[in-house]
Design a protein around this ligand. Structure first.
Ligand SMILES: Cc1cc2nc3c(=O)[nH]c(=O)nc-3n(C[C@H](O)[C@H](O)[C@H](O)COP(=O)(O)OP(=O)(O)OC[C@H]3O[C@@H](n4cnc5c(N)ncnc54)[C@H](O)[C@@H]3O)c2cc1C
Length: 396
């Protein structure tokens, strides 16, 4: 690469924030900083020596090699308790448990003490627990990639689980597919802004006058299909609502809070980057393992020989599916979500207005938003939603 090349990074609207550029920069000249929408974005500093390594490792700027079609399965962890604690069928736990048992290290997303979503390492079963369950907010990778390289160089086995753009970023950072690295990418149609989530956490603390200390985004309740958003506060009180009835859920469902690159995501296909791909298996016939379906079945894609070898040693239950039926049941395997019309208004308001105004304008129940706009037709709906909201606050 020419010595005088300027640091050419992915255009902002396509940058996934994987951080391969920042992690790989030999001078540490690239920092990931929050942009006005609250997403971490690379910023090049004066320390840049224009070596072009960032351009070289950026997955967005490189053509991906096509892989052969994956094998698809409906799969589940035989332990119903693990399935209840996981977002789908608890396949991630089995992979992680196997890697830990063989002396390896597992990297996945968890929430920290301020409820920020970040990738963390698990070296044992206790450290694995916080990694379970999907977090809809884009996770901060921090120094995950260099740490993984150190473990791999020391001969340790590593499992990395993340969004496909993060898995692709890791491989580009490493510049190879090491034998002792196993990857699982998630079926994903978008990650929400960490900046918006941070404001929502602050708002909860303000309204409740107590600090939130833990969160489950997609909790399960026995016998209920709807996923639960549960926040526990320092005094042990709990906010518990269906995910689609909380402010984060409303923004998430409409794709309002997604990173710009998610709206043109090149990974929403069956051409996967990880050794394995994990999703939620939906649309199964009612008589297909009805008990297992109650607390979650995973959609599992096997994309590499390493992925297939690993599965063979796991105590996993699985039934083959045709790839066509998997694609039909999983939108994340065929299309990205277009940006909603109000996205730019939302983020303009987020950058300029007090957050409580943004909340009531965009994230409140739809009927309330309609009332603010003077739409009397939906007023009665607002009344019902208010009543429902009151009953969501529970004291343990
Ligand atoms: C942002 C996001 C969007 C998703 N969208 C879809 C979808 O559209 N369709 C679908 O079928 N499945 C989707 N999934 C995947 C699904 O919800 C399950 O996480 C997945 O099937 C694994 O389930 P599990 O039961 O095996 O393990 P779980 O215990 O549920 O999965 C835990 C693993 O997910 C990883 N993880 C959790 N949150 C994040 C995050 N924010 N960033 C990176 N990694 C994370 C953790 O590192 C951990 O390794 C999504 C997941 C995420 C995080």
């Amino acid at each position: 690469m020419s010595e005088n090349i300027l640091p050419l990074l992915a255009p902002k609207e396509r940058c996934t924030g994987c951080g391969a550029c920042a992690s790989g920069c030999p001078k540490g000249a690239i920092h990931l900083l929050p942009d006005r929408e609250g997403f971490l974005t690379p910023a090049v500093t004066d320390a840049c020596i224009q070596c072009g390594h960032c351009t070289h490792v950026c997955p967005v700027l490189r053509q991906r090699e096509k892989r052969s079609a994956p094998a698809a399965f409906a799969a589940w962890n035989p332990d119903p308790e693990i399935r209840m604690a996981s977002s789908a069928g608890g396949v991630f736990f089995l992979l992680a448990d196997y890697v830990l048992e063989t002396g390896g290290v597992v990297f996945g997303a968890a929430t920290d003490s301020e409820l920020r979503v970040r990738h963390m390492a698990a070296h044992n079963a206790a450290e694995l627990k916080p990694l379970l369950g999907a977090k809809p907010v884009q996770s901060e990778l921090g120094d995950t990639f260099p740490r993984i390289r150190r473990y791999l160089d020391a001969g340790r086995r590593v499992l990395f689980c993340g969004t496909p753009c993060q898995v692709d970023g890791l491989y580009h950072y490493l510049g190879e597919h090491p034998d002792n690295l196993l990857t699982a990418d998630l079926l994903c149609q978008g990650v929400c802004s960490p900046g918006v989530w941070e404001q929502l956490v602050r708002s909860m603390a303000y309204v409740k006058r107590r600090q939130p200390v833990s969160v489950t985004f997609f909790g399960k309740l026995a016998g209920e299909k709807r996923q639960r958003f549960r926040v526990q506060f320092e005094d042990n009180s709990v906010f518990d609502a269906p995910f689609d009835k909380c402010e984060l859920g409303r923004g998430h469902r409409r794709g309002l809070l997604f990173r710009p690159a998610c709206h043109t995501c090149p990974y929403t296909s069956t051409d996967r980057v990880g050794d394995l791909s994990l999703g939620v298996c939906e649309g199964l016939p009612k008589d297909f393992y009805p008990d297992e379906q109650k607390n979650g079945v995973s959609l599992l894609l096997v994309n590499s020989a390493k992925g297939a070898r690993t599965l063979d040693v796991l105590p996993l239950k699985r039934e083959p599916l045709s790839l066509e039926s998997a694609v039909a049941a999983a939108p994340a395997l065929r299309e990205s979500v277009p940006a909603p019309a109000e996205r730019s208004d939302f983020f303009a308001a987020f950058a300029q207005q007090p957050f409580h105004q943004v909340q009531s304008r965009f994230l409140a129940p739809l009927a309330y938003q309609a009332r603010r706009r003077g739409d009397g037709l939906l007023r009665f709906l607002h009344k019902n939603e208010k009543r429902e909201k009151r009953s969501l606050w529970k004291k343990r």
